[in-house]
Design a protein around this ligand. Sequence first.
Ligand SMILES: CC(C)(COP(=O)(O)OP(=O)(O)OC[C@H]1O[C@@H](n2cnc3c(N)ncnc32)[C@H](O)[C@@H]1OP(=O)(O)O)[C@@H](O)C(=O)NCCC(=O)NCCS
Length: 170
Amino acid sequence: MNQVPCVTIRPMRLSDIAKVLRVEHASFPSPWSEDSFRAELRDPELSYPLILEDIDGTFCGYAIFHHIIDEIHLVNIAVAPEQRRKGYADKLVRTVLHLGEALGGRFFTLEVRASNHAAQALYLKHGFHSVALRKGYYQDEGEDALVMVLEGRPQVDLSDVSLDPVLRVD
Ligand SMILES: CC(C)(COP(=O)(O)OP(=O)(O)OC[C@H]1O[C@@H](n2cnc3c(N)ncnc32)[C@H](O)[C@@H]1OP(=O)(O)O)[C@@H](O)C(=O)NCCC(=O)NCCS
């Protein structure tokens, strides 16, 4: 890849939550509450909430993963509607794989709505595969969830991402 970094990925801060909530509400039928995001920020042993900003410092999207022993679970990811199809989720997923691997993750897991073909394509592109179907997992509409897994230690190229120094692990 070897591109000049044009986006920054940094830890989420309390001051980001208002912007995050706007994207969350624009992205999900059952959005997380403000308290949910605050709880993630209070639990740094478990939760890694990340923000992606473009070259102008514009907030574009976020991802949150949990580190549970050797499992890395992607619990949330969204890109602002006007910023989609620019490769930003791609960069967020690669960053999650990079950080998760550095933290000792040996497998990556997530749930995705059965109807969310865009997100499924994103995860398939990064090597995830479906291992189970959870019937009626989403309580709002009773929709099924696909459980997707990526095993092993992914090698990712992050040369097009500027990682905040506190996230640098190598
Ligand atoms: C899913 C989502 C995060 C993708 O963000 P994005 O920044 O637009 O995605 P990218 O531009 O990085 O695309 C990366 C890959 O995702 C897939 N993808 C993204 N949007 C897609 C779409 N509308 N249709 C089909 N595939 C899509 C493609 O595989 C794409 O790779 P490609 O460009 O080589 O084809 C975004 O649509 C979103 O925020 N949706 C609402 C929230 C959500 O569904 N989150 C996932 C919950 S499990």
